[in-house]
Design a protein around this ligand. Structure first.
Ligand code: ASP
Ligand code: MG
Length: 453
């Protein structure tokens, strides 16, 4: 394809209502290199659809459907001439109603994906009309024709090679003058059933299409103007980072900076496609470019960003059997894996292991991840201590393990705080501290001041 071929993705808040859609449409129109647009559902819609898919009684269903209808009608009302579009949206809402009724009788993962896919279908239909109102030649494209996945409904894995082939067959030939408007998040398995890539999956769609179509850039338009040195709500002096390497951004994404999801980056890194992140409400503010760099690593700054991750639990396992023993760690991790526990940080001493578990996303029934069964099983192996109310502070940068004075600069600023645990050395891009929850914001503030201001 062309040398300058941009895929632009707009998140839920960027297509939330008519004025958000108009801002997003203006961004697309202003950049003639944008050839494919990937959209999320209008903000709020996916949550309502997920609730419907869980099976609700008739009254709640009616309320949810009314909310969905009002969000989409608010946009439609600004396109009053368009009777065909209104009929299409009404038909989609009627489908939602009958699928929701089916879900109230028996839920299934496949039904859930079919139901939630309607959010992206509606936002993309509406967006095409807004572009056409602005005299932009745009065509609606059903991404399920090309986004082939496995049948793991709810979190389907994309089939990279098939997606590439399908894109060549169905999308490349369309690259006439019309701008292609399609859906994020949704796909289809081999027999044609609708699948989804997991919540927040639209960024991933954009990166997968970017890879398959050999895009020269992927633009992610959201409600923040890029990636910041830290959360500006904690530190108002946080600065926007204009350029950041994939390696650094991946460490940030892992540690709770919500701007980009780490999985999103994988196809872009693999194919060396720069990713731009900006705010669709304020495109003039610019944004952050995430790019691939090997060559100029030594010119990158030692410190780049600070990320905070709350609700950490520290588990310390102690056993004298660990002295000269083999396989102790393997036993511990086997137990953790059996209980589906993912571990973030690990440190060891001669006779103990300390691990942190992220409890932000507790399990689906809202209970603690650290169940009594898990605790009992670990206790059979060693002594177990659990500490809660901790927070993880990640310092992200470059060459952290080969630069003098890094530890002094970081710890020197933290005289007044208790640092419960520290992880340093696994990556040259990351130094992690575990501290008490109530100290976390002050630590971020003081570190930001010391290393960035
Ligand atoms: N609409 C989907 C969600 O809310 C996908 C996305 O927004 O990326 O999860
Ligand atoms: Mg979203």
């Amino acid at each position: 394809m062309e040398t300058s071929f941009v895929i632009a993705k707009f998140g839920g808040t960027s297509v939330a209502d008519y004025s958000a859609m108009v801002n997003s449409a203006n961004i697309v129109i202003a950049n003639p290199n944008v050839k494919v647009v990937v959209l999320s559902a209008s903000a709020g819609i996916t949550n309502l659809l997920v609730a419907l898919a869980e099976g609700r009684d008739a009254e709640v269903r009616a309320q949810h459907i009314a909310k969905i209808q009002s969000i989409q009608y608010n946009i439609l009302e600004n396109l009053p001439e368009n009777q065909t579009l209104r009929a299409e949206i009404d038909q989609i809402i009627a489908n939602i109603a009958s699928l929701s009724e089916a879900a109230s009788l028996a839920t299934s993962a496949a039904l859930t994906d079919e139901l939630v896919s309607h959010g992206e279908i509606m936002s993309s239909k509406l967006f095409v009309e807004i572009l056409r109102e602005k005299q932009k030649n745009a065509m609606w494209f059903d991404v399920r024709k090309v986004m082939r996945t496995d049948d793991n409904f709810g979190k389907a894995q994309p089939k990279i090679d098939e997606i590439k082939q399908l894109c060549c067959a169905h999308l490349k030939s369309l690259n006439g003058n019309a701008l292609i408007v399609t859906q994020g998040f949704i796909g289809s398995e081999a027999s044609g059933k609708t699948t989804t890539l997991g919540r927040g999956g639209s960024d991933y769609t954009a990166a997968l299409l970017g890879e398959a179509l050999n895009a020269s850039q992927i633009d992610i338009w959201t409600d923040v103007a890029g990636i910041y040195t830290t959360d500006p709500r904690i530190t108002p002096t946080a600065k926007r980072i204009d350029e950041i390497s994939f390696a650094e951004a991946a460490e940030m994404a892992t540690f709770g900076a919500k701007v980009l999801h780490p999985a999103t980056l994988v196809p872009a890194v693999r194919s060396n496609i720069p990713v731009f992140v900006g705010s669709s409400k304020a495109p003039e503010e610019g944004g952050t470019i995430v790019y691939n760099t090997h060559s100029i690593e030594s010119n990158l700054p030692s410190f780049r960003a600070l990320a905070l991750r709350r609700k950490q639990t520290l588990v310390t396992l102690t056993s004298l059997n660990m002295l000269h023993a083999q396989g102790f760690l393997a036993n511990v991790f086997t137990i953790l894996a059996k209980h589906n526990i993912s571990v973030d940080l690990v440190t060891t001493s001669e006779v103990s292991i300390a691990l942190t578990i992220d409890t932000t996303g507790t399990n689906t029934n809202g209970g603690s991840l650290l169940t009594k069964e898990l605790f009992d099983e670990l206790s059979g192996l060693c002594h177990v201590d659990v500490e809660e109310d901790l927070a993880l502070i990640a310092i992200i940068g470059n060459q952290l393990t080969s630069t003098k004075g890094i530890a002094k600069e970081v710890f020197g600023a933290l005289d007044d705080y208790i640092i419960r645990l520290c992880c340093y050395g696994a990556s040259t891009h990351n130094l992690c501290l575990l501290a008490r929850s109530h100290d976390a914001e002050s630590i971020i503030k003081i570190l930001h001041k010391t290393i960035f201001e």
